[in-house]
Design a protein around this ligand. Structure first.
Ligand SMILES: Cc1cc2nc3c(=O)[nH]c(=O)nc-3n(C[C@H](O)[C@H](O)[C@H](O)COP(=O)(O)O)c2cc1C
Length: 346
């Protein structure tokens, strides 16, 4: 199996030398679809994570991925956690530990993995220019989504957290983002920015601050799985009319262990975000629930669905559950031509 990201190398090496991709396949003729009020070639894209710079964005755009998310950036440079940052795991259902493995299923669409990067970021002086390069590399009918997050220091007020989100969002919009995605959920970050979606009051003030900073630019909010329907409804009520849509879900937090019980990502990160096949079913359920709540309350919010999409059937599961767009996180690493294949079958 060929991988565009080398999990044995550092994040920095992948950033600088990747992606490892063969020449692109021929991409089916653009369709007329719509996402967030704009015409797009398809409602299929890549979620925040695999594409950390313009080189990665342009490599995947050329292979027919139409909604391309620039990996989460911050208002200050931040190093990646030490490697390993990405491992393949054995897929078992439930919420117990998952185990790292090098034994991959023959069918790549069955792969599950786990990541722990800590949302590294280049300095804004780099990414503000690089986003403009990424945008320039896109064809008509492709959208650039830029994921942003705050970097709270101890003692910061909610207003300071909101301002930091808003600053990143304003820079992303100014650099050419078609859509800004405020990341309210990260399973591997313990400070406030990893859990904004669980705090309705904070989410309310951050969303308003970001909206006024980016004016008319489209705004998505990335969330994790809500622990209960009431919290989900309160969150949706707080952000409806301010944001344009919700991206759900981020990786699902599970213990990630070696077979002998040692935590793969070290003692500080026993739990990490699990991705791929293992999370597809719960993510489809989360999207269906969110869609039901949105329809019941008449909220004007689009849904970008994420979680374990690695085949046409997975894509259809999300569309049937009410998604307006489908984003793949990990599968484009081992199935770089999945977009072209799905578009050819549609
Ligand atoms: C290499 C990698 C890095 C990631 N980094 C981010 C990130 O910076 N911000 C974010 O919101 N999600 C991040 N994610 C999570 C994905 O956006 C997505 O929610 C997750 O992979 C689940 O989708 P999947 O099952 O299709 O992989 C990352 C995922 C991968 C594979």
């Amino acid at each position: 199996m060929d991988f565009s990201y080398d999990i044995a190398a550092s994040y920095r090496d992948n950033f600088e030398q990747g992606p490892r991709l063969s020449p692109p396949p021929s991409v089916p003729y653009p369709a007329q679809e719509e996402f967030l009020g704009e015409r797009v070639n398809s409602r299929l894209g890549i979620a925040a994570g695999l594409l950390p710079n313009a080189k990665w964005i342009s490599g995947y755009a050329a292979r027919g991925w139409d909604l391309l998310t620039y990996k989460t950036v911050r208002s200050k440079a931040r190093e990646c956690y030490p490697p390993p940052n990405w491992v393949f795991v054995d897929a078992d259902a439930g919420d117990g530990p998952v185990h790292a493995t090098q034994d991959l299923p023959e069918d790549p669409s069955q792969i599950s993995s786990a990541v722990c990067f800590g949302m590294p970021s280049m300095d804004p002086s780099f990414w503000r220019e690089d986003i403009a390069r990424a945008k320039e590399s896109l064809a008509e009918g492709q959208q650039l989504i830029v994921s942003v997050v705050a970097s709270p220091e101890s003692g910061w007020s909610a207003a300071q957290v909101a301002d930091d989100y808003a600053q990143c969002a304003a820079w992303a919009a100014e650099a050419g983002a078609d859509v800004v995605e405020a990341n309210y959920s990260c399973p591997n970050v313990c400070s406030a920015e990893g859990q904004v979606y669980m705090d309705v009051e904070l989410a309310d003030s951050v969303t308003k601050a970001v909206r006024s900073a980016i004016e008319q630019t489209r705004l998505l909010l990335k969330v994790g799985v809500f622990p209960d329907a009431d919290l989900q409804r309160s969150f949706l009520r707080a952000v409806a009319g301010v944001a344009d849509g919700i991206t759900l879900v981020n990786g699902i937090s599970r213990e990630v262990l070696h077979r002998d019980g040692r935590p793969v990502f070290g003692e500080d990160y026993v739990r990490a975000g699990v991705l791929g096949r293992i999370i597809h079913e719960p993510c489809v359920a989360a999207v269906r629930e969110a869609k039901a709540a949105i329809d019941a309350e008449g909220f004007n919010l689009a849904l970008a669905a994420v979680g374990g999409v690695s085949s046409l059937a997975d894509y259809k599961d999300f569309i049937d559950a009410g998604a307006d767009a489908v984003l793949c996180g990990s599968s484009p690493m081992y199935l770089p031509d999945l977009a072209a294949e799905i578009k050819a079958s549609l």
